[in-house]
Write a protein that binds this ligand. Structure first.
Ligand SMILES: *[C@@H]1O[C@H](CO)[C@@H](O)[C@H](O)[C@H]1NC(C)=O
Ligand SMILES: *[C@@H]1O[C@H](CO)[C@@H](O)[C@H](O)[C@H]1NC(C)=O
Length: 221
């Protein structure tokens, strides 16, 4: 489910890899947040290994350690040393397949199954992540940019023209990636009405900045 950015490794044989998704906008230069054998990851509120002890134990048996070893993360965004990812990746694949083939696990984890599989696979290799809440924000629920590096536009942003959030109900003003399944968003999207938080305004401005500067935007390139 995730797109990984491997390019730099082919081009420059770099030491670290950033795994990120295509719905990430970088709002400032991203330094290497990892330190040697400690990768950096974003903690997701909806990845809760402790609440799924019974299922997790199928893949992370008691003798390995407490369930709290499993970080509340997915594989994106993550910055990790290439040699560590080389160790984790085959396990990650196997754990994903085992989870998918187990009905209870598949049902419990659903679309976040590979995220759990990554978290479990890293724990199986004794790898713990530095949890960086400032790695990214997720509008409309995070309203301020604070000192974040990435805006993740996973949720739809719906607002009334008075600037009130109408989450779950199509707003008079909206930005939702799901509106653009057939092609790229048009250039020069209308900015949100007054009162809409900084995070959403910045998101739309950045999309406009990209579309204004990419000559082949309309071709989806
Ligand atoms: C993954 O599963 C295959 C098939 O069961 C096995 O041969 C292989 O050793 C496993 N690899 C890892 C890293 O667990
Ligand atoms: C973008 O649209 C606004 C009106 O919504 C217009 O005033 C402005 O000139 C447009 N900018 C560009 C670069 O097309």
């Amino acid at each position: 489910m995730d797109l990984c950015f491997w390019y730099c490794c082919f081009l420059f044989s770099c030491k670290y890899i950033l795994m990120a998704e295509p719905d990430h906008i970088f709002v400032k230069p991203l330094p290497n947040l990892a330190y040697d054998n400690d990768p950096a990851a974003f903690p997701f509120f909806y990845i809760t290994p402790l609440e799924h002890e019974k299922v997790i134990r199928k893949y992370y048996p008691k003798e390995r350690g407490p369930v709290s070893d499993i970080d509340p993360i997915g594989n994106s965004p993550v910055i990790i040393k290439k040699t560590l990812l080389e160790k984790i990746a085959p396990t990650w694949m196997n754990v994903s397949i085992q989870m998918k083939e187990d009905e209870e696990t598949d049902k419990t984890f659903g679309w976040v199954l590979e995220m759990y599989a990554y978290a479990v696979a890293s724990a199986l290799h004794g790898v713990q992540h530095i949890l960086r809440k400032d790695f990214m924000i997720q509008p409309p629920f995070d309203t301020k940019l604070e000192n974040t590096f990435i805006i993740h536009f996973t949720y739809g942003c719906d607002y009334s023209l008075k600037g009130e959030l109408t989450y779950g109900k199509i707003g008079e003003w909206r930005f939702d990636k799901r509106s653009f399944l057939d092609g790229p968003p048009p250039r020069n999207l209308t900015l949100p009405p007054p009162g809409v938080p900084e995070s959403v305004v910045t998101l739309v401005k950045k999309v406009n900045e990209a579309s204004a500067n990419l000559p082949r935007w309309d071709d989806g390139i």
